[in-house]
Design a protein around this ligand. Sequence first.
Ligand code: MOS
Length: 721
Amino acid sequence: MTTTTGVQAPTGAVGSAHTRLEGRDKVTGAARFSGEVPFPELAHGWLVLSTVPRGRIRSVQDGPVLDMPGVLAVLHQGNAPRVTIDYVGMLGRPNPVIGLFQHDRVPFAGWPVALVVAETSEQAREAAEALVVQYETEPHDVDFRADHPDAYTPRSSPMVEVETTKGDLEARLDASTVVVDEEYTTPEEHHNAMEPHAATARWEGGRLDVIDSNQGSTWVVSELAQLFSLDPASVRIRSEHVGGAFGSKGLAPHLVAAVMATTVLRRPVRVVLTRRQMFALVGYRSPTAQRVRIGADADGRFRAFEHLAQSVTSTVHEFIESSAALGRVMYDADAHHTRHRIVRLDVPTPTWMRAPGEAPGSFALESALDELAEKCGVDPIELRLRNEPERGPVSGLPFSSRNVAACFEEGARRFGWADRDPRPGLRREGRWLLGTGTAAATYPSGVSPSTATVTAEPDGGFTVRINAADIGTGARTAMALVAADALEVRPDRVRVRIADSDLGPAAIAGGSMGTRSWAWAVTVAANELRERMALGGVVPPEGITTRSDTAEAVGALAAKERHSFGAQFAQVAVDTDTGEVRVRRLLGVFAAGTIVNPLTARSQLVGGMTWGLSMALHEEAVRDRATGAPVGADLAGYHYATHADVPLIEADWVDDPVPGDPIGIKGIGEIGIVGVAAAIANAVWHATGVRHRDLPIRPDRVLRAAEEVRRREAGGGARSA
Ligand code: MOS
């Protein structure tokens, strides 16, 4: 059947709420995730991880295990296919953990030492647990702390500017009327997406055919091809559905192991990680030790600003948690200094975790702002507004748009901030002390090149093809809305195909860049198709297809400071007899450009804010000094917010036009978490009069602080409250 083309009125699809296109499949179980796609002749691999934190593998005693039922192979450093990690990928040098089974060194507890492959997953697991690996151990150090003697400033990093300096900091601090100089810490935290990492690999028609759970197969194909010295065109990766990622799903060891095994066995092999393995193998958020120094005039205007951040990395790879980066965007001063340092310990390499840098960095920075507001006697919102910069404080570039003030104004109005008594420790309700706090939020609004095709089908529908990854965000739905508006048709006429590397290169679902990057490519292709169809004519049986590639346009973008902004508000109740902190209300108001789908956008922002609450009060991975591994590495031992911890959370946004921007969308995946922990800590101070500079704000910390206050009061130290 063929239809004549015709132009319809714009649909206004972008900006109106739509449920996820794949929602029904997901809630009915019809949607298959990477560990569930059936394959004939499928074999199952089970990873064996080192039980020692540092040393050498002396022997892998695979003989007895090979005699166990169903076992097909045991891969280890003595027999595994060779790979090379000697390449520079999209994000610099690869994390050596993907170069598994290549040598006998063990750089951390949980390093992959073998893969047992069997007919069934149960057989593989049983054999993996029976496998005896002998080690020579060496002394290890997993103890991250602010004064670690081995901390150093990296020379450079492909991901973040290590250090920035402007003006004479010490002189400006000396000349300041008010100075805040405090240290803050945040612990190791883990993403642990609901869907564990899973991959199935097979050789099919001369190509490596992979089903994997990841954040972007363009990226994973390119890494995998370099690792195995393959032509990227001979690798295909699909990831139809992804059950969360949060920065943890790039090329990970399970996929490399699956590719090695299918190459050796010549049958499809699946490797799925356990929760416990995820704690070792897919990265985590580094603990941080931060120092913030701000010098200001009596009215709170900054003269000197410094943010120093220290984080951990492994002995095999340099990763920087970029906690000191947000001050380069948020606040200016005559003298301005930011710097990252790292410590190499015998731990796995950390990685990006939802708002990497900004999440822990904003806890320190936005707590320090609150402390300065207290010292100056200036309202915390007013303090921020007085320090709104005209241009990028470090770059000197103009902002593409910066609606921080609008977020605070709207947030303050809705939260009832105007009635707030700034004095701490005054409001009691039964056993609870009550307080409110606020903090600013920001996250970069980046973009990277993507390609897309849009096809007018003879049946009157349209097919959008873009290698986007929908990691649970609603990306598929967002692309349907974007295409519908560009094509000027209703969204139900648009089909979307994503998550297949054969669709061509596209941005990853990461760095809050996915929607912005893909929407640009989809819009360009859809606009061209609409224009071609406006010329009239009949759609031929093969359809009419237009293609876009935004590489050149992305490269030509004017240099500007491009960021999302927001204002976070928290209300808490603190019981200083039990140490319990309850968050009663969170409100976040954001300026994030065009909001494509308000339904899923709100869900993303509320999700990020929930993470922030969890970060403030619960999350903390503790490494056992003896074993070098996290204690209780599962979702029972690792505390995080549950439903009962999460109160009313409201997320909303203000108008945020981005003049001259080709796409107007900024991205919302990460900004939701930024500033939440500081807003909660500031509210705890407002409730109790005690500053908490170490996360999480555990009951024992609240109790100890309350005890100190009581001791001080008993000793005659007068307090106004
Ligand atoms: Mo995000 S931490 O770049 O997935």
